[in-house]
Ligand binder design. Structure first.
Ligand code: NAD
Length: 310
């Protein structure tokens, strides 16, 4: 089984490493030249839980250099890069290629449907985390799990077998009919913590230390819940609020600065259009006002603009 990672950043290299280590045929695609050159020269250097686990000789190419067809493609770009990546790897996909998408945020199925049949799209949500310690260096902590669902559930047997095979590498993937609810619950949490921490300039614990944090949280989540329910998703606001509160503890995620905060600080564009921006867009579709998400989206974009983020 040939497995392609369309995006060899933090998450792509972590999953790719686990599969490669277990003997799977893994190939990376990326466009970051220094990263590609370093991996070609030295292999991917792997540091997990502060332990150096050696270097892995995983093939890596620019999209236009890659040839052949792949049976499984993990898309592992930032949300706003998904469409451009799919355009660049469509020549590597055959009629039965399964595309696995576990990007954060909302709206990815619509993009994926432009390129592959719905029965070949596996959409999911992951709580694995990962990072890069520079070009060619995977630096990650802990373990995680992933929930996944085939968009159109025809020929599900093949997918269930695929998940079983991927799990032999420790991916800890679980097929679940409730995946859309989990995607919305994670997006709801990100719509609150990612954006407020960025705008207030604080970590998650500091956000939770403000006595009226729940007013801020609910201002966003009331809109997420209303829009999600209009989309037919059983969004449970209480669960999202609880999940957010569980992150405040410094022993869990409290000292963490969310990914959107880090992208903003590092001069990168953010995934805001797939979080609060997606809520605004879907709100318009259903005639549901989303003034809080509208303003947050504009504020994040204005911050990207002022910072010259790219
Ligand atoms: P990343 O920026 O580290 O990796 C993306 C990679 O894709 C980069 O190396 C980039 O060079 C490459 N890329 C992007 N567009 C490309 C294109 N058109 N052609 C070639 N290469 C291209 O991002 P990440 O942290 O791995 O996140 C990926 C997704 O997973 C995001 O949606 C993120 O929110 C989600 N996620 C990340 C984590 C985490 O801990 N990193 C956890 C859960 C979910």
């Amino acid at each position: 089984m040939k497995i392609l990672f369309a995006g060899a950043g933090a998450l792509g290299t972590r999953f790719g490493y686990m599969l490669f280590k277990n003997g799977e045929d893994v190939t990376f695609i990326d466009s970051w030249q220094e990263h590609i050159d370093t991996i070609k020269r030295n292999g991917l250097k792997v540091i997990i839980d502060d332990k150096e686990l050696g270097n892995c000789n995983i093939s890596i190419y620019r999209p236009e250099e890659a040839k052949g067809k792949y049976d499984v493609v993990f898309v592992a770009t930032k949300s706003m890069q998904l469409k451009s990546m799919l355009n660049k790897v469509k020549h590597l996909i055959h009629d039965d290629t399964k595309i696995i998408c576990i990007l954060n945020g909302l709206g990815h199925v619509d993009t994926l449907k432009e390129f592959v049949k719905e029965e070949n799209i596996l959409i999911g949500v992951t709580v694995w985390t990962s990072g890069l310690g520079g070009p060619g260096i995977l630096k990650a902590y802990g373990t995680g799990k992933t929930e996944i669902k085939q968009v159109k559930e025809d020929n599900l047997d093949k997918t269930l077998k695929l998940i079983e095979k991927l799990n032999k590498s420790g991916l800890n993937m679980n097929y679940s009919a409730d995946t859309y609810q989990s995607i919305w619950h994670k997006a709801g949490l990100n719509c609150v913590l990612n954006t407020y921490c960025t705008l207030i300039d604080c970590n998650i614990n500091e956000y939770g230390s403000y006595e009226k944090h729940l007013d801020l949280t609910r201002a966003v989540l009331n809109e997420v819940t209303a829009v999600g329910r209009a989309e037919g998703i059983n969004v449970n606001q209480e669960v999202i609020e609880k999940n957010i509160e569980n992150c405040f503890d410094p022993r869990t995620a409290g000292l963490h600065y969310p990914s959107l905060y880090q992208d903003m600080k590092n001069g990168r564009l953010t995934e805001i259009d797939y979080l609060n921006g997606a809520i605004s867009k879907l709100g318009k579709k259903h005639d549901i006002p989303t003034p809080v998400c509208d303003v947050i989206t504009l504020m994040i974009h204005s911050k990207e603009h002022i910072g010259g983020n790219k």
